[in-house]
Design a protein around this ligand. Structure first.
Ligand SMILES: Cc1cc2nc3c(=O)[nH]c(=O)nc-3n(C[C@H](O)[C@H](O)[C@H](O)COP(=O)(O)OP(=O)(O)OC[C@H]3O[C@@H](n4cnc5c(N)ncnc54)[C@H](O)[C@@H]3O)c2cc1C
Length: 500
């Protein structure tokens, strides 16, 4: 059950944030217990925060953290709550700091091409404003309308057009963060708020990128602006054989086309799922075993010439161009397809309230076919044992910024009928999750390309993936957060305190 805070602590929170911005009621706290990743709804109570605060300034965040530190109360930052690795789930109850009200555009610097914002703004709203000035902020996840800048930094997010413009780590220039002891510092590449390259001191921006709220709370960020693209091109190709599609994916990614924003390969399991999902735009026949999408953005002249090369490569690789309507329409729906995470189709095609696990490993290009086999085998075992699981297929997406040919963000989506969880099915799921992660590491990959690796099961293998780096993580955590108040229980970092 939720652990009640002392009245005096709630009074202190109210004095800091104001009476309208502190909540201890059932609905406010239960709704901030979960995220869209498969959640153990049968033991929801275990993760309910004791209080929720919605601060409006860095000063308020700092005062909340100082107070929590004095009383040794856990603090969990929460932004859009779309994170898929349980990062914003309060494992030890405590205070959730919801940053949604810190959603202002604070400064638009035309000369240096930057925008400074609060952590609670989402990319859709931000770009609505920026477009008027001829810019965009090109961090473009599928969760574009609902994830927020603070959470993008907390997870070190991945962008659908990252091959062209980079990912969150490339696009956030510097940010202000409240450390676990309450100090407010600014980190970037060197000291200047808008400096893109510096060799001064440690590159602290990267330390605080993807920390899942374990090292502090971001209260402001300065972001990169790029000219609003004049042109956008997308092309879809179909293949009768997965291996042909895999080879063509590599050819397109290595094409050297400077405007290339991404290449994605869907396998036949994914196509089967889309075929019975009436929201999908590409109901391809069963003879199609792989579909590739590629996209390019930039100045009209450059995009036009690059498009010719991409079409030539697609056709030469045996792909069948699926036409302008599918190519443009499906690409345009990239933010909508998963917009409601809790939806799905059962195996016989019925609409059902199913949640969606998406594995998001980084896998070297050469290993994609083997990983595909092993992951589908893991999903098949789950399906055989329990009818609450389904295999919704895989895709592989260019992962590297600017040099997209190396590793791929590789997803297997597993549909889960969440209301059917019990101890047995949850345990089987955690085992499967660990197995999926093991396969990624054995093939020279990383457990996560964008969501993080905090979920039960996979987190057990983080020390194996990082080796000595995990020891460094523990030292840093203990040094910055001596009382383990900042999002405790994540990334096995409690070990840092047990050992001490
Ligand atoms: C439909 C859908 C599609 C998705 N597509 C993508 C995609 O294409 N690319 C991608 O990268 N991800 C994707 N995701 C995952 C998710 O959107 C990202 O991980 C996103 O970056 C999380 O942002 P958020 O604002 O929702 O953060 P939250 O879920 O609220 O938080 C994420 C983590 O950051 C921490 N955090 C939150 N705010 C702060 C702060 N101010 N300071 C410090 N730490 C903080 C939290 O404690 C947590 O650990 C998708 C998710 C969904 C549901």
């Amino acid at each position: 059950m939720a652990v009640a805070l002392l009245d005096s602590v709630v009074d202190e929170l109210t004095a800091i944030c104001g009476p309208d911005h502190v909540f201890t009621g059932r609905s406010a706290t239960f709704n901030r217990a979960r995220v869209p990743a498969p959640f153990p709804v049968h033991k929801w109570d275990e993760h309910v925060p004791s209080a929720v605060v919605l601060p409006t300034s860095a000063h308020q965040v700092s005062e909340v953290v100082k107070m929590a530190n004095r009383h040794r109360i856990p603090v969990v930052p929460r932004a859009g709550a779309t994170g898929l690795t349980d990062g914003a789930v309060p494992l030890r109850h405590g205070i959730v700091v919801d940053v949604k009200l810190m959603n202002q555009i604070l400064d638009l610097d035309h000369e240096n091409r930057t925008v400074t914002v609060g952590p609670g703004i989402n990319m859709l709203k931000l770009n609505e404003e920026l477009r008027k000035h001829g810019y965009i902020y090109p961090d473009n996840p599928a969760s574009y309308p609902c994830s927020l800048v603070g959470g993008r930094i907390g997870t070190s997010g991945w962008s659908l057009i990252g091959a062209r413009y980079g990912h969150t780590r490339d696009l956030v220039i510097s940010f202000e963060i409240v450390l676990p002891t309450g100090e407010i510092v600014r980190v970037g590449d060197g000291g200047g708020r808008t400096v893109r390259k510096s060799s001064s001191g440690y590159q602290l921006k990267h330390l605080f990128m993807g920390h899942q709220g374990t090292l502090g709370i971001v209260t402001e960020a300065t972001l990169e602006l790029v000219p609003r693209p004049e042109a956008e091109f997308s092309a879809f190709f179909a293949y009768g054989d997965y291996m042909d599609a895999w080879r063509a994916t590599g050819d397109l990614a290595r094409s050297g086309v400077a405007t290339l924003a991404g290449v994605v390969l869907f396998d036949e399991w994914k196509l089967a799922y889309l075929r019975r999902d009436d929201e999908a735009y590409i109901p391809q026949p069963e003879s199609i075993k792989g579909v590739i999408a590629c996209a390019s953005y930039g100045n009209a002249d450059e995009v036009r010439i690059g498009a010719k090369r991409l079409l030539r490569i697609g056709n030469a690789s045996g792909g069948v161009y699926l036409g302008d309507e599918i190519s443009q329409g499906d690409w345009a729906s990239r933010h909508d397809r998963y917009a409601t995470p809790q939806h799905g189709r059962t195996r016989d095609g019925q609409v059902a309230l199913m949640s969606w696990h998406c594995e998001d490993a980084s896998i070297p290009y050469s290993e994609l076919p083997a990983v595909r086999e092993e992951w589908h085998a893991i999903a098949a075992k789950l399906r055989e044992r329990f009818d609450m699981f389904d295999d919704w297929g895989m895709f592989a997406y260019t992962n590297g910024a600017f040099k997209p040919w190396g590793d791929y963000l590789t997803e297997i989506d597993i549909g889960i009928w969440e209301t059917r969880w019990d101890e047995e099915t949850w345990a089987a799921w955690v085992d499967a999750k660990r197995e999926l992660a093991r396969v990624s590491i054995e093939h020279g990959g990383s457990i996560s390309a964008c969501h993080g690796s905090c979920r039960e099961g996979e987190v057990d293998l983080v020390p194996a993936e990082l080796g000595g780096g995990f020891e460094v993580m523990k030292t840093i955590k203990r040094g910055l957060d001596p009382n383990n108040i900042m999002n405790p229980g994540k990334y096995l970092l409690d070990q840092a305190y047990e050992e001490a």
